[in-house]
Design a protein around this ligand. Structure first.
Ligand code: ZN
Length: 686
């Protein structure tokens, strides 16, 4: 059996250790023991205090998780603040902060650059903590500034509020601070609430206020609240010269000041500190919500000189960050067709103020994104403005859903021109590939006229904008039927420049076929692919009739490009525009096709020379030739340095097709081997 002295000794040792580990865990964020070890010590202390209730003290760590209120107590008692708890004036711009500094200097004419302390402003609930003889005796809310609720029991559950101040005993110290809920704890609390069919809290501030109002401190204890202390209140037996000194001292006493407080000389330095926090706070610099910065005159004697208005002190001001998030109602989702034909769903919502501007629309990027975020028309949505200018929709607020919201589906046809839409596999984008789509017309015209394509000098940005705006051009083919007078009447167009551009347009009709192929803007067909295609398919008609397998048989053409070409020509509007181009006399055939058929070689010099077209090439003959026998044909090829094979493969350069060709012809088609008629072959031999 232990003696009373031994018991007192043990209890005090336990309390001391628990205080120490509490501080290491909650304030230093550097625990030295496991939670289990801590709990074991706490249990031992509670057991001993139960056996010897006369040894319980108000600052014992066991007193944090207070007992529930007595039955019948339904409200908090009221506390009168010894010194009124004022709130701060808010400012929203640098100009307003500078005006604050001017007012301070005016009241203190003998001061030059004022020293300021800048602290992050926590978005929480303001409280007062009262320590008598260094023991926490009373905590209250701000209330109306003069009177607040006594929430001592709930505040005791907050681990970062010491029940006893460290160091020498201070007769009286009252401090003010902000109780808040860290973001992680907030998220967890809301998850639990949703899981148990309770309404989740709108934000950490509301969750904090709700938790402090709970009449059962055992529930508050589970809410993981935290505090930062920022202002002295009533004091006896202790004094400070500066605000900075106060913040340093309370840290030593076991109270928690805000992270990142800084002493600044002059308002410019203070402002730079505010701006730097505004820029970076969204990146999770601190694990709780801050909504601005507080700028305070550092010297406490100046506080007395400056005084206060009925509402707020004249020696401090809050600099509020621009709101980065806001919630609003999503009224509709419309689909925009960009200049490259890509469709973008755009959110249209009730106008809302965000980051200093009123916004009513934001991009939703693509259909996959809307599906992933499950955003529906009619939803209340959270809008965010980050570093970029364009706001984005963060998420739908699911708890605000009524069931009447509509799921969005992408249209099947282009909302501008009604053409069928294309979704390329492996890409999120859905696009309109109609070359006459008005939404894309400007871009298509620019591309068509560009140097690498039809190279039409004078048909630049300004002229194109006017041609489209005045509806003088509805597709690329229309430039060949321009009304000269109408063009001459456009801005910055004289007779001479009109004549020049009309001539340049006329001249472009004779441009290489490959340039036209590039210019009409088939997706994935760049200038190199256009060159290769023009060699394999010497006319537009050939190419428009090519099957995907034939296109893919060309080594440089991949399946994605092949499919894109087939799709392009299948679109009726595209065919119409190409026919219009043909009708006005735009060249639609390779020069090579006028001479001989091109081999699979990609070098044009070879194409022009029939001899070299045969030398080193492999031929396959099928069907009956009229002018010469099979044997003679083979001899003609061999004498010119070519080879004759009996079967068609990818290595075959030409298949000469006579009457009633066999399966070799089909295979040649399939492998996209160049087919020669008897006449073609004869020309080649010549
Ligand atoms: Zn379209």
């Amino acid at each position: 059996m232990s003696t009373k002295e031994e018991i007192v000794e043990r209890i005090e040792a336990l309390r001391k250790q628990l205080h120490h580990h509490n501080r290491m865990y909650y304030i230093e964020d550097n625990p030295e023991i496991s939670d289990a070890e801590y709990d074991a010590m706490m249990r031992e202390l509670i057991e001993m205090e139960k056996a010897y209730p006369e040894l319980i003290t108000p600052d014992s760590p066991s007193q944090r998780v207070g007992a529930p209120r007595e039955r019948g107590v339904e409200a908090f008692t009221t506390v009168k603040h010894a010194v009124p708890m004022l709130s701060l004036d808010n400012t929203y711009s640098k100009e307003e902060v500078l005006a604050f500094d001017t007012r301070v200097k005016k009241a203190l004419p003998d001061q030059n650059d004022i020293e300021y302390v800048v602290e992050p402003k926590v978005d929480g609930v303001a409280v007062s903590l009262r320590y008598e003889s260094s023991i926490f005796v009373q905590g209250s809310t701000r209330g109306n500034g003069l009177m607040g609720d006594n929430i001592t029991a709930n505040l005791k559950t907050i681990r970062t509020i010491p029940l006893r101040l460290e160091g020498d005993t201070i007769p009286l110290l009252e401090v003010r601070g902000e109780v808040f809920m860290p973001r992680k704890a907030f998220e967890k609390l809301n998850e639990e609430r949703v899981a148990s069919s309770q309404e989740p809290f709108a934000n950490p501030r509301n969750a904090t206020a709700g938790s402090l109002k709970l009449l059962d401190p055992r529930i508050s204890a589970r809410r993981k609240l935290d505090i930062v202390v920022h202002t002295p209140g009533q004091m006896e037996g202790v004094s400070f010269n500066t605000h900075f000194e106060f913040l340093e001292e309370i840290g030593k006493r076991g109270l928690k000041a805000n992270r990142g407080y800084k002493l600044c000389i002059g308002i410019e330095e203070a402002m730079r500190c505010c701006e730097s926090w505004e820029e970076n706070h969204a990146d999770g610099v601190v694990p709780y919500d801050i909504d601005g910065m507080v700028i305070k005159v550092n010297r406490l004697e100046l506080h007395d000189l400056l005084g206060a208005t009925s509402k707020s002190p004249r020696w401090a001001v809050a600099f509020k960050f621009k709101a980065r998030q806001a919630s609003t109602v999503l009224k509709d989702i419309v689909v925009q067709v960009g200049r490259t034909g890509v469709l973008t769903p755009v959110a249209i919502f009730e106008p809302v103020r965000l980051g200093g501007t009123v916004i009513s629309r934001a991009t939703l990027h693509n259909a996959d994104e809307i599906k992933r975020k499950d955003i529906r028309i009619g939803d209340t949505v959270l809008i965010e403005k980050g570093g970029e200018v364009i706001p984005k929709v963060v998420k739908a607020v699911l708890t605000k859903r009524s069931g009447a919201e509509k799921v969005f589906t992408m249209p099947q046809r282009c909302p501008v021109c009604s053409a069928h839409l294309v979704k390329v596999e492996g890409e999120v984008a859905i696009r309109c590939e109609n070359i006459a789509c008005p939404a894309q017309l400007r871009n298509r015209l620019k591309h068509f006229a560009s140097r690498g394509a039809m190279d039409i000098e004078g048909l630049g940005h300004t002229l194109i904008e006017q041609l489209v705006d005045k509806a003088l051009v509805k597709d690329v083919a229309d430039i060949y039927n321009l009304d000269v007078d109408a063009v001459a009447n456009l801005e910055r167009m004289g007779d001479k420049s009109t004549k020049n551009v009309i001539e340049a347009i006329e001249k472009s009709k004779k441009m290489d076929f490959s340039r036209l192929l590039f210019g009409i803007g088939i997706p994935y067909v760049g200038s190199k692919a256009a060159d290769i295609l023009a060699e394999h398919f010497p006319t537009m008609r050939d190419l428009s009739r090519a099957a995907a397998e034939q296109l893919e048989a060309i080594p440089e053409i991949g399946p994605r490009t092949a499919e894109s070409i087939v799709r392009f020509f299948r679109e009726g509007e595209n065919a119409t525009v190409i026919e219009k181009l043909r009708a006005v006399g735009v060249n639609m055939a390779s020069q090579a096709s006028a001479q001989v058929l091109s081999p699979t070689a990609t070098r044009k010099s070879e194409i022009r020379n029939a001899q070299s077209a045969i030398r080193g090439r492999t031929f396959v003959l099928t069907g009956a030739l009229q002018s010469l026998t099979r044997h003679q044909a083979e001899e003609e090829i061999k004498t010119r340095g070519g080879k004759v094979s009996s079967s068609v493969s990818r290595k075959t350069d030409y298949v000469v097709v006579g009457e009633s060709p066999g399966s070799k012809y089909d295979k040649a088609m399939k492998l996209n081997v160049r087919i020669l008629s008897e006449q073609d072959f004869a020309n080649m031999l010549r």
